[in-house]
Design a protein around this ligand. Structure first.
Ligand SMILES: *Cc1c(COP(=O)(O)O)cnc(C)c1O
Length: 384
């Protein structure tokens, strides 16, 4: 049987997702962190890799929890038959939490009104609500402000007595600005966890570390880590070398097929605004990915692409559906496979290369792959 990993098998516009890589990455990270619990973060369609498939692969690697931003994302996992514990932490202000509670989704609570709404919903239904407090320790984003901690913990302790509410966790999210900034946040977090315990709560999960801190800051691991990026085999810039040493493998290969190829003379200008002009006779190859598929227009003239046996830069502007590469005198034909990014060890450009070429971070590169790009799965858990 043919191996879909083989480039000759590439579809016209596809993201090949190696689920074995995700399983193996989770195993590696679990071993590294040694924490009792491991939350695999599969929000935003599993960072573009497919939430359900990623969740299954991560659970197979030893994750015992899943993390998402939106309750809808948690319900999608439930609908697919995934019954592992899930925590969701970013809510519509009008959210009633009824569905989340009946689907046994643990609710990340960042405001007092959310806590009250959860308690109200819990008394309406037969299922006890699980709450995890998300504490703001410096990021100033989502998260309960310090001024509300005491009130929230005391209220929750009261709800634990009278309503069907259980506080299962306390967590925070770090800025990764500097190591010292993160240490300051963790000091504050420790205070928050202590205050929760003083109020009579007994959170079973205490978590702060996402990929960056999990990789570089053992103090941030507590009894649980909450990892997204690294399970997909990517790492924050400063940790890329370490990720490679650990054996993390990028799970996504973005690839396609040349849609058009033409031999052109010197002085031929390319794509909108003619920002690129050939210096000599050369071959132009058309790649069927554009900003409609998540390719940043900012990568115009810069994004690297493997085509015709080597890596070439985008020639001229990225358009909505397509861009051009100048492959020189290398033979190229319509239908030849191209790889935008994948595993650097296989000679392909990486998501980090694309992040640099697009003035962004690798999180965004994989997450925004979308639109018309088909996902194709390989690995033990792939069912196609
Ligand atoms: C997205 C997110 C994570 C995962 O972060 P990575 O850096 O991708 O590991 C963890 N926690 C929270 C609260 C998040 O929003």
């Amino acid at each position: 049987m043919s191996d879909p990993r083989d480039l000759e098998e590439a579809g016209f516009r596809e993201a090949l997702i190696d689920l074995d890589a995700i399983t193996s990455n989770v195993r590696v990270l679990r071993e590294l962190t040694g924490t009792e619990h491991f939350i695999a973060v599969v929000k935003a369609n599993g960072y573009g890799h497919g939430a359900v498939q990623t969740a299954r692969a991560a659970l197979a690697g030893g994750a015992d929890w899943l993390g998402v931003a939106a309750i809808e994302e948690a319900l999608e996992l439930r609908a697919a038959g995934i019954d592992a514990p899930i925590v969701a932490w970013l809510h519509d202000p009008g959210e009633t939490f009824d569905e989340a509670i009946s689907a046994e989704v643990s609710i990340g609570v960042s405001t007092l009104p959310q806590l009250r709404a959860v308690a109200d919903a819990a008394v309406r239904g037969p299922v006890q609500a699980s709450v995890q407090f998300k504490l703001d320790t410096g990021l100033s984003r989502n998260g309960l402000p310090r001024a509300d901690w005491r009130e929230a913990f005391e209220l929750a302790a009261a709800f634990e007595q009278t309503a069907q509410v259980r506080v299962d966790g306390v967590f925070t999210h770090l800025s990764n600005a500097t190591l010292q900034d993160d240490v300051d946040c963790l000091d504050l977090f420790d205070e928050g966890v202590a205050a929760a315990r003083e109020a009579g709560l007994a959170p079973g999960l205490v978590h702060a570390a996402a990929s960056a801190a999990a990789l570089r800051q053992p103090d941030a691991r507590y009894n649980c880590v909450r990892i997204g990026l690294a399970i997909y085999g990517l790492a924050p810039t400063q940790e890329v070398a370490r990720a490679r040493e650990l054996g993390l493998r990028p799970a996504m290969t973005l690839r396609g097929r040349l849609a058009n190829v033409k031999r052109v003379p010197a002085g031929t200008s390319v794509s909108y605004d003619y920002t690129y002009t050939t210096e000599r006779e050369t071959t132009l190859a058309l790649v069927p990915f554009g900003y409609g598929d998540g390719i940043a227009r900012a990568a115009s003239g810069r994004g690297p692409v493997w085509a015709a046996g080597g890596v070439h830069r985008i020639a001229g502007r990225v358009a909505m559906d397509q861009f051009v590469v100048d492959v020189g005198d290398v033979p190229a034909a319509v239908g030849d496979p191209v790889v935008l990014f994948g595993d650097g060890r296989q000679g392909f450009p990486t998501a980090e290369d694309w992040a640099e070429a697009s003035d962004t971070i690798n999180w965004e590169i994989v997450t925004r792959v979308g639109g018309r790009t088909k996902r194709r799965y390989v690995g033990d858990l792939a069912d196609d």
